[in-house]
Design a protein around this ligand. Sequence first.
Ligand code: FE
Ligand code: FE
Ligand code: ZN
Length: 294
Amino acid sequence: MLYIGSHVGFNKNTQMLGSLEEALSYNANCFMFYTGAPQNTARSPIEDGLTLKALEKMKEEKMDLSKIIVHAPYIINLCNEDNFEFSTRFLTEELERVNALGVKYLVLHPGSHIGLGVEKGLDNIVKGLNIAFMNLKDNNNVTILLETMAGKGSEIGSNLKEIKYIIDHVEDNSHLGVCLDTCHLNDAGYDLTKFNDYLEEFDKEIGINRIGCIHINDSKNEIASHKDRHENIGFGTIGFNTLMNIIYNEKLENIPKILETPYVDKEYPPYKYEIEMIRNKTFDENLIEKIKKQ
Ligand code: FE
Ligand code: FE
Ligand code: ZN
């Protein structure tokens, strides 16, 4: 079954119930949210009353809780030694918040080594993940999905070797997986017209069963640009057909596919329209105009 949704908002007054309602307004059957602002670590406590309402509504709408994703704030950087204690503590707290919501997956950017070098960066990430997992309460069942990155600046995780290193070296990797991002893969230098080759290599090195989520984005930039700027589906350098081959790849069935494409004119969310186009399997060159008229 196809699980397709998008990144949605989350605010402290409605919490996951508000996120769910936004997702339903796009006719999505899965979604992803940050538990606060993506660019900072200010977080309000999870309110169980709102969570219960959200879970009830999900049942009514036949939305599968195991397809819902949380994304950790992107300023968490486990490589950074100056902020290491804060980052690991925040990550543990975030895993507890995600668990309290009943959500199974937390997407995390591996980190940027900012001059320390890849090796040191990788070892700091492994250390940070070990500490965060170790400090969890026993009932925590959340899996961290390491996101494949574009390789912007000193980002770690833009190739399979680095992702594999982290998974292989964390003490207990039973709650560690991967989130693919199509824009990042393209910008990192992977030719997505040969996605089956990538998947084969991924399976050999890491195992397809580790993939817990896929971010579906087109890219504003050429392959290997290391830029990381997302584009609306079919309007970028990856293109509609290549993205459709990934979305409907048999081996990735049932894995939630999440759109993180930009708002049109910074104002109009594209997700309802992109989801419809993906379900129709036909590219609509007038989509952007339609989104503006919503
Ligand atoms: Fe991300
Ligand atoms: Fe992403
Ligand atoms: Zn990105």
